[in-house]
Ligand binder design. Sequence first.
Ligand SMILES: [Zn+2]
Length: 280
Amino acid sequence: MKREVRRSCGFGCVVCGMPIFHYDHIVEFAEGGEHAVENLALLCPNHHQDKTSGRLSRNSVAARRANPHNLRRGMTPGYALARGEAIETHLGNLIVKDGEGGEDFHVLSINGNSFLTVHHEEGGVTFSARLTDDEGRTLLRVDHGSLSVSTQVWDYRYEGTRLSIRTEAGRIALEADFTDELVRFARGLFIDRNETGLRVRPNGSLVMVLDRLEVGSIQGGRMGRYPKGALAVVRESLFSFPLHPDGYAFARIIPQHAERQLQRMKGKLTREKRGSSEPA
Ligand SMILES: [Zn+2]
């Protein structure tokens, strides 16, 4: 029932759309309100407080519940995540430490575009990220610490530190934890318009995605801060590597492995296609 409330409210506060919310009984139990989908509204902490204190009337909440802010929009408005002094980034089992000050640090870039960046700014450290579904549509976007999610998903929850998105029943597309010290993607996909990118699998391994095929696998490890960035996926060279001369095994393992695997899979697809158009 709670999912139906989340979905029908557009995965955010019915008044302002904020993707952080409480469940509010529009008419309280004590006054005869029912524990039913229609009597439950999502409200952000501020608007929940306004309702509780009487500054926001029950009638207004009921009116917004009937026409929620987010249902007219593809993405929720931004929610400002807490800022810390330093961020440790986890992509599955890959841990990227970033304790240094200075310029932007690219944790993951795909074909030259950053998909996960740590920013050192006045007043703390923030990050930017974009995660997608299999078609490259944005599911979650963080812009300098301001978090928005797609309102077109099957379910979205953000409870405690854990954010999760389901694109259909039983299919978790994204799981992440955000605190002021930790950015962790336990599951998710980053792909660009060329269908090139990286998938974080639930077992913690990272898989390159090329033409929607999954090639090569990285088990992870701990990395420091490299001058140009931590992890890059480059389509032409089929590389996935830390941009550092004595980086980890990615550069040595992935290119051959990925290329071989891609050729094999493409060969298989071609054979299947030929097989279906030229029946024996
Ligand atoms: Zn609100």
